[in-house]
Design a protein around this ligand. Sequence first.
Ligand SMILES: CC(C)(COP(=O)(O)OP(=O)(O)OC[C@H]1O[C@@H](n2cnc3c(N)ncnc32)[C@H](O)[C@@H]1OP(=O)(O)O)[C@@H](O)C(=O)NCCC(=O)NCCS
Length: 286
Amino acid sequence: MIKLNMKYKVIENHRTEYPNPLLLSQDEKVIIGEESGEDWPNWVFCTKLDKSNSGWVPKQIILYENDFGVIVENYSAKELDIDIGTIVEGIMQLNGWLWSKNMETSEIGWIPLEKMYFKEYVTKTEKDEEALSELIKQSWRSDIIVSRGKKYKVEDLEGILTYENGIIIGLGLYYIINGECEIVLLEALIQKQGIGTRIIEKIKEIAVTNKCKRLWLITSNDNIDAIKFYQRRGFCISNFYKNAMEESRKLKPEIPLIGEYEIPIRDEIEFEMEIYKTEGTSYNKR
Ligand SMILES: CC(C)(COP(=O)(O)OP(=O)(O)OC[C@H]1O[C@@H](n2cnc3c(N)ncnc32)[C@H](O)[C@@H]1OP(=O)(O)O)[C@@H](O)C(=O)NCCC(=O)NCCS
């Protein structure tokens, strides 16, 4: 269950098929019916013991007792009838649905998540760290991040995160020291939608606010896409460290030998953007 307090925009009208929603109290016993299919997993069709009403209930709040279930918390199956363009506040996300509050009427109910859209760029906080570590482990084989012979974990770094419908789809982690800002990790889980560019812009704003002389980062020799990406965003190559990956592998043995386009991962390339010099260049005017 993901708890939220974020605004979403409705992108498709929703009308409920259940105008008389099922309401259940904590510890109430229900008759267990069919389970939802793969498209909407983890919903169970339940009927009240007196058969006065039925509806879909999240599997997570049912304790099974043979053909019966005991409901572990008060529950409402109420769905919101809602039109495109309405702004709602998402309270909780569960099994593909959003428990939300219509900001205009204050009415509360479920809306299918696929009919909602929400994207925001936020500053990383402690509560993001568990999900971030997991994500980094999946993408980079370990939650340890190595850059120029230094080991970092998520909690050592500041960051800008892109959330789409409550899920992290972009991350930029940075470290400011001695008047320099290093982008230690940048990743867009959905690429070519402008997420990487926007995260860099936001980190650059922070570097400017912190009066950093430069923004810099390291990428490996195989990462041709990133090498293109950074140069297109106004970064220049500022250093080249031949065979530096040997040292990095001592700190993080999970770094593979072969990378993008079957290129051996060998060297580190440093990119930088001199903040004061780059102000007002074509990149900044874009
Ligand atoms: C490198 C990386 C962070 C770039 O992030 P991204 O979100 O894909 O970058 P953007 O979408 O901002 O820009 C990428 C390209 O998509 C284009 N683009 C952006 N929005 C677009 C859209 N709606 N339609 C079509 N193209 C679009 C951009 O113009 C850019 O092309 P250009 O460089 O020729 O100008 C991303 O590819 C990534 O996560 N790579 C894997 C991890 C990695 O290698 N990180 C860097 C390690 S140092």
